[in-house]
Write a protein that binds this ligand. Structure first.
Ligand SMILES: [Zn+2]
Length: 62
């Protein structure tokens, strides 16, 4: 099974971010609302954190 998810790097220090959770987030724009899970009424976002400096980034999951 090929690896399809690109790695994310920290915008602050350039270290490789670690994905450690996913959470539903309320859509904040029409584009996100179209992609939201109809059951949840939210889009799933991955939470990536930097093991070096602790910066957290969200990325759309799925
Ligand atoms: Zn960092």
């Amino acid at each position: 099974m090929p690896e399809t998810k690109a790695k994310m790097t920290c915008p602050c220090c350039g270290a490789e971010l670690v994905c450690h959770a996913e959470k539903p987030v309320k859509p904040t724009c029409a584009e996100e609302a179209m992609e939201a899970d109809p059951g949840l009424g939210a889009v799933i976002k991955e939470i990536h954190t930097c093991p070096n400096c602790g910066t957290a980034e969200l990325r759309r999951g799925g």
